[in-house]
Write a protein that binds this ligand. Structure first.
Ligand code: IFM
Length: 658
């Protein structure tokens, strides 16, 4: 075709958040137009401001036209459109002769660092930017650098080159890195539950980083440090929340956004019944412990004492103080209780027939609280004396308070039933068994049992039915040895043999209504039932690519499941544990894997890891960092840069990592 072609180029300042149909009735326009220029010295400009927080976002776009590599001059006409700046180009085109239209855009916000004013910076950048080919080239180079650091490769027995799982993991990696990467290190950002890819939960931040940080820790730990500083900056707000609830210390919010205050909804819609339901999820106080756990994990991997001194320790101390204040002494059992909370399982928020929300002595919450207190008590032996003194003085920490922490860390109450089953919360054993078969037969997909039951006028609070791992989170976060130590300190016998019984018990009573659930279950059965682990892992891989929750992926990807599946390959199936200045390996490939390889970063070393069912090969790239300690089958080996070690693996493996 030959003729006159019109090209309309625009910058749209009227973008609405309309991606989640459930939110259609809520306010969805958050931008006010401040300035637009159409076109000015070859550029389109748009400056908008967010309506409440008044952040400015500036965009400038440069449009160039060319034919056969020669620039084509066309004078654009400005188009007046509300909230938008647009330009119309008219060009004569001839059949068979390609017209190349290139739009290069620069975006700055008023929160960017090292800028003067964001509109000015965006104009400058769009004017000076090289052409598309050069930009694409540098973009590709940066991705290839990221890929070298983060890549992992899988082999499948007898099915090579079927690499579907590997491709999905690569997709997960891509999404994780879109959200957190060296590009975000200087920004004040955290890990939103749905990444930056959809509008569900309105970008809020929950505890999901717990599933993403471990993978980042062993690849580019600087990213985790910057994400933890995001939490540190919101410590003041967490202190305020604790104070408002009548406690000392820091109580981090279940859902938060820009300034770190609690943003959890008070009502949520059950699309199944069309009813608005009271939402008590803010009672998931365990989120604070997850932050302390993340600080500790980062420290274990990096030994970054400066970070611990200046940021991490204060968070741990304040969270410990909160738990010690929230715990109440129970005269009758002579132990401490934590009352009126919710665990990670969101199906249970109250006792059946109770007027008030909240459950008592959620086992996961209580164990984590005791663990945080232990970590806080260990800080004096780690921090430089003067830094600990500064912290003690600025937080007014008195010896009596520390004594109380010690006591609580030894006498926190844990509920049990059925000889050795750790109860999800006190009174769990009195709930009714749920008719899993009947409901599956009636509804097919019962992942969102809470919605089905509410629509029937019933409630999951009445049943031994969980949405996601709760007690089992303990076996996900801690090794059997760590748990044994913790339980012994608390004065409870919890021999490792009881772990498989607990796993089986709760696995049978879980609907996996959260995409986080299968990640945790795949992990906890990885040593005892390799087929099941593989099945749960591959189902987790499907979370977003096949949208297993039937419509949630279009509202945003599930960041925790994506990070968690990557971490299953990285740490669980390799048996990687960072403890006692040693990086331990105890590989146990699941049924569906014949080989895996990945690169880890540990204490200044880049470490190539290759695993087959019989062999583990570890290769430290040349570099100047001091030798590291690598542990395999109970033996510790000093390895320096440039060295490779190979180990024969015995097919019958120990039940737990060393
Ligand atoms: O944080 C999770 C929670 O555990 C289950 N519901 C969704 C939240 C956000 O991903």
């Amino acid at each position: 075709w030959s003729g006159r072609l019109q090209i309309r180029a625009a910058l749209d300042g009227q973008v609405r958040n309309a991606g989640v149909s459930r939110y259609q009735g809520l306010s969805n326009q958050h931008l006010n137009l401040r300035d637009s220029g159409c076109p000015d010295r070859g550029l389109l400009h748009l400056l908008v401001e967010t309506s409440q927080s008044r952040l400015q976002v500036a965009q400038s776009a440069r449009l160039t036209l060319s034919r056969r590599g020669e620039p084509l001059h066309a004078e654009p006409t400005a188009m007046a459109e509300p909230g938008c700046c647009a330009a119309l180009y008219e060009v004569d085109v001839a059949e068979g002769v390609a017209l190349c239209v290139e739009k290069v855009l620069a975006l700055f916000t008023s929160r960017d660092t090292a800028i003067s004013e964001c509109a000015l910076e965006s104009r400058k950048a769009a004017t000076e930017a090289p052409d598309f080919a050069t930009l694409a080239d540098s973009h590709g180079r940066i991705w290839s650098h990221l890929w070298q650091r983060f890549d992992l490769q899988l082999g499948h027995p007898g099915r090579e080159p079927d690499n579907r799982n590997e491709r999905i993991l690569h997709l997960h990696l891509f999404h994780v890195l879109q959200t957190a990467s060296p590009n975000t290190m200087d920004l004040d950002v955290g890990i939103p539950a749905r990444g930056l890819h959809g509008e569900a939960y309105r970008g809020h931040i929950f505890w999901d980083e717990l599933f993403v940080f471990p993978m980042l820790n062993l690849r580019v730990p600087e990213i985790t440090a910057s994400l933890l500083r995001y939490r540190y900056r919101r410590l003041g707000e967490a202190r305020r929340a604790a104070r408002a609830a009548g406690f000392r210390g820091a109580m981090y919010p279940w859902q938060s956004a820009s300034n770190g205050r609690e943003e959890s909804q008070r009502l949520h819609l059950n699309p199944q019944s069309g009813r608005w339901i009271e939402d008590h999820s803010r009672l998931q106080r365990h989120v604070s412990s997850a932050i302390a756990y993340n600080v500790w994990q980062y420290y274990e991997v990096t030994r970054d004492l400066e970070f611990l001194s200046f940021y991490g320790a204060e968070m741990i101390l304040e969270i410990a103080r909160f738990w010690a204040d929230a715990a109440t002494y129970n005269e009758h059992r002579r132990r401490y209780d934590i009352l009126g909370v919710m665990g990670p399982d969101e199906y249970h928020d109250a006792y059946p027939e109770a007027d008030a929300a909240g459950l008592n002595n959620n086992a996961y919450t209580n164990v984590l609280a005791a663990w945080v207190l232990c970590r806080a008590l260990a800080l004096p032996s780690l921090l430089p004396v003067e830094r600990y003194r500064e912290l003690r003085q600025s937080l007014s920490l008195e010896p009596e308070e520390l004594d109380r922490w010690d006591t609580i860390s030894r006498t926190m109450f844990l509920p049990f039933h059925d000889q050795g089953i750790l109860s999800q919360f006190e009174g769990y054993e009195r709930l009714s068994e749920f008719d899993w078969e009947g409901y599956r037969a009636r509804y097919g997909d019962i992942q969102r049992l809470d919605r089905l039951l509410e629509a029937e006028g019933d409630s999951p609070n009445r049943y031994k039915a969980s949405k996601q791992a709760d007690v089992l989170m303990l076996f996900y976060l801690f090794s059997a040895e760590e748990l044994e130590e913790l339980f012994a300190r608390l004065g409870y016998a919890f021999p490792p043999e009881t772990i498989p019984r607990n796993i089986e018990y709760y696995l049978q009573r879980t609907s996996h209504g959260s995409t986080l659930s299968r990640v945790v279950h795949a992990w906890v059965v990885s040593r005892s039932d390799r087929d099941r682990s593989w099945e749960l892992f591959t189902r987790s891989l499907d979370s977003d690519v096949t949208d297993i929750q039937g419509g949630t992926t279009k509202e945003g990807i599930h960041m925790g499941a994506m990070g968690g599946t990557l971490d299953l390959v990285q740490r669980c199936y390799t048996g990687v544990v960072t403890r006692g200045d040693t990086l331990w390996f105890n590989p146990a490939l699941p049924a569906g894997l014949s080989r895996l390889s990945l690169n880890l970063r540990y204490r200044g070393h880049s470490l190539g890891v290759w695993v087959t069912p019989d062999t583990l090969r570890l290769s430290a790239a040349p570099g100047g960092a001091p030798a590291i300690r690598l542990g395999v089958a109970g033996q510790v080996h000093e390895v320096a840069g440039g060295e490779t070690r190979e180990f024969r693996l015995h097919r019958r493996r120990r039940a737990t990592p060393p």
